[in-house]
Design a protein around this ligand. Structure first.
Ligand code: SAM
Length: 260
């Protein structure tokens, strides 16, 4: 079947066979592992996942034209779900999946944020390909310009390892930008907060004014803002990019304590 890639769905298919194999190997798949692939496209990565040991593979693809190609190509070897990954509820993630995804660039941050902020979703591992610029934000260090909301959400839940950068030539059609492969392993002991929604809101409030000193927001959030900032170890003249992941979680905990 002739297929024309759709820009609107971020369809840049990975075609470098060495890289495809390498990506699947990183998952170190065992026979009992449950695998989820987001956006399988024409199945280039799926083919290698099938060759690994797992017998339990689910793929989620939004484009019905690709779903037809996948059904034809893999004939019952994988469970194919035709839907928007952003519409899947927490109940879908009943298994601790190893997730693979050459994610559509326009929704990659949104889907990662959703996974980080969901209380009941657990993963064995995530192996995800991002636009390099987005990956740089995810793995950014505190006190750098790339340090962002997604850095905090992702590093709260996961140990994150950069595996490699990929040039546009690895894809067809070629994107204009480089991509980066990241591996996420869940942290065993995360800092617990009552509601991840609070972390979502707090990071939004601070990073909406990322160039401003945090003082203004501290005053809005806490009556005893001086005390709270001192206890956490934050200078009111700091900018959001100077506040570590742990300190953002302390801010949320202080707010939640105040709400009790
Ligand atoms: N995995 C394939 C590969 O590497 O060759 C394709 C990757 S391509 C960058 C992204 C894929 O995600 C496309 O197949 C696209 O149709 C699919 N997609 C885009 N938006 C989606 C969404 N919201 N939910 C599920 N799949 C989506």
């Amino acid at each position: 079947m002739q297929f024309r890639p759709k820009k609107s769905l971020g369809q840049n298919f990975l075609v470098d066979e060495n890289i495809l194999k390498k990506i699947v190997d990183i998952g170190d798949i065992n026979k009992n592992d449950k695998i989820l692939e987001i956006g399988p496209g024409t199945g280039n990565l799926t083919k290698y996942i099938i060759n690994a040991k797992s017998k339990n593979i689910t793929v989620v693809e939004k484009d019905i034209d690709l779903v037809k190609i996948l059904k034809d190509r893999f004939k019952g070897k994988v469970k194919i779900i035709n839907c928007d990954v952003l519409k899947l509820s927490e109940n879908f993630y009943i298994d601790e999946f190893i997730v693979y995804g050459n994610l559509p660039y326009n929704i990659s941050t949104q889907i990662l944020a959703y996974w980080c902020l969901s209380k009941n979703i657990k993963f064995k591992k995530l192996i995800l390909l991002f636009q390099k610029e987005v990956a740089d934000r995810i793995i950014a260090r505190v006190n750098t310009k790339n340090y962002s909301r997604i850095t905090i959400l992702a590093n709260w839940k996961f140990h994150i390892k950069k595996i490699l950068d990929l040039n546009p030539e690895c894809f067809s059609p070629r994107p204009k930008i480089k991509s980066t492969l990241l591996e996420f392993t869940p942290k065993k002991n995360i800092i617990e907060i009552n509601s991840p929604k609070n972390l979502e809101n707090i990071t939004k409030i601070f990073f909406n004014q990322r160039r401003k000193m945090v003082k203004k927001n501290f005053i809005k959030l806490f009556k005893n803002f001086d005390d709270v900032s001192k206890k956490i170890g934050i200078k009111l003249s700091d900018r959001p990019q100077n506040i570590s992941v742990e300190k953002f979680l302390m801010i949320v905990k202080k707010l939640e304590d105040g709400l009790k």
